[in-house]
Design a protein around this ligand. Structure first.
Ligand code: IFM
Length: 447
């Protein structure tokens, strides 16, 4: 542990929630078992060239078959909470109509297994694996999918709601909209800015309507949404770069946070969209602004804006992760302070934070000092924001274990637990050993 981080645990209150996070498609496997339907990611992985190593989620971390030992693994870290997602097509194969009892039984075992081990379940409804059947009927660009999602949310609450600490509607709507529907790099691989903007609107709308429906049904879990947000700054102090940064921040952050907290889209972005602006019906914006019980923030790096696109992070002087992302913990503090300045925030969770590194397994150990330093400096950045008044409530490492990193396949490792995909053996990396010791210190203060 670096000197500056020796007393890190003292900077957090006793009720701060510490966790680890995963998502269904990235770890579960069992892609065609026990009645599970096809998801858009099952389909997308079959597109030649879509995934860097031509892999897929058929087996992934084989989590479905290793649930009990994986739950023991999570508990062994000493975390308070586990953030996971439900594969919609596993529980409702066609995205509408019949439920799949075996799929529901899996998540019941998961949630009950967490509770038995004293862990709080944080459930995400949509971490990208939309049922392919709904995609075939138009997917997120179609308004009907909004209503299918609300039905799905209600069904999941009916089955599990009495046992959950939190329900997140969507994970990272920007990724679904932009990477999935504008750039075509993620499922379903569409390339249309117009579709992408409609998707973003439908995700936000379905989020708001789901919150209302869940509350009307008597929600006991806390309800929120998870956004991927970077801290945006200009490459230089020039007026052009500062203006570019202002616009990029409006496009990437405020397009999501303004509707959620202010009930409107940022006008400058709306104006530049022209014919690509989404169709918005009367009342939509008020639904989107339904109050949140918490906001989840996924933070990995900063965004650097330059008007002539000349900024090159390879020469910025900052260390890069294996994804090529700059390591910039100060940006996390700045992002949180910006959110606190712009809105009246509910409790905020860092629902994902972590890094991909090379991580060789040698003699049963992974000496991932770079990841440990990443976690320490970012946790310190959260403490810095908290000490300046941001209502921080929790922090979750991305990720519990190495997994399927979407279009990068299995080559990028984000886990604090190493996975040997040939044997499915799990090995705690040094970062996991550090996190476990850190959490022991946090909890020792409470007793
Ligand atoms: O693996 C992803 C996760 O599914 C969503 N947030 C970012 C992570 C790292 O790319």
């Amino acid at each position: 542990m670096t000197h500056a981080h020796i007393d890190l645990h003292r900077r957090f209150p006793a009720d701060f929630v510490w966790g680890v996070a995963t998502s269904s498609f990235q770890i579960e496997g069992a892609a065609r078992e026990d009645g599970k339907g096809e998801s858009i990611w099952d389909r997308f992985c079959r597109v030649p060239g879509a995934i860097a190593d031509a892999s897929n989620g058929d087996i992934a971390c084989d989590h479905v078959h290793r649930l009990d030992s994986d739950l023991d693994l999570i508990a062994s870290l000493g975390v308070d909470a586990y953030r996971f997602s439900v594969s919609w097509p596993r529980v409702q194969p066609l995205g509408a109509g019949a439920w799949n009892p075996k799929g529901l039984a899996f998540y019941e075992r998961l949630v009950d297994g967490l509770l038995k081990r004293g862990l709080k379940p944080y459930l995400t409804l949509n971490h990208w694996d939309l049922p392919q059947a709904l995609q075939d009927q138009g997917g997120w660009p179609a308004r009907d999918t909004v209503h299918r999602f609300v039905d799905y949310a209600r069904g999941m609450q009916r089955h599990l709601g009495d046992r959950l600490a939190a329900i997140t509607t969507h994970n990272e709507p920007w990724v679904i909209a932009v990477l999935g529907h504008e750039k075509g790099e993620f499922a379903p691989g569409q390339k249309s800015r117009k579709a992408s903007m409609q998707v973003a609107h439908h995700l936000l709308l379905s989020h708001g309507l789901a919150l209302q429906a869940l509350r009307a049904d008597g929600a006991r879990a806390r309800l929120g949404i998870v956004l991927n947000l970077g801290h945006t700054e200009p490459a230089t102090d020039s007026a052009a770069d500062r203006e570019q940064a202002r616009l990029d921040d409006l496009r990437g952050r405020c397009w999501y946070t303004d509707p959620l907290f202010k009930g409107r889209y940022p006008q400058p972005v709306w104006d530049e969209l022209g014919a690509d602006a989404p169709a918005v019906q009367d009342g939509d914006m008020a639904h989107i602004a339904t109050p949140l019980d918490y906001l989840g923030v996924n933070y990995y790096s900063r965004v650097v804006s330059s008007a002539d696109h000349s900024f090159d992070k390879k020469t910025s002087g900052l260390a890069l992760t294996d994804m090529g992302w700059e390591i910039y913990p100060r940006g996390l503090t700045q992002l949180l302070l910006t959110l606190h300045r712009d809105y009246t925030l509910p409790p905020v969770f860092i629902t994902e934070n972590g890094g991909a590194f090379k991580d060789p397994l040698t003699d049963g150990r992974v000496h991932d000092a770079d990841r440990t330093a990443y976690l320490q400096t970012h946790i310190a950045a959260v403490a810095d924001a908290m000490s300046q008044g941001v209502p921080m409530a929790g922090y979750m490492v991305w990720s519990l274990m190495d997994n399927f990193e979407w279009s990068s396949g299995y080559a990028k490792r984000f886990g604090i637990v190493h996975v040997d995909y040939a044997t499915q053996q799990r090995t705690l990396k040094d970062s996991a050993l550090w996190y476990r010791e850190f959490l022991r210190q946090c909890h020792a203060r409470e007793s």
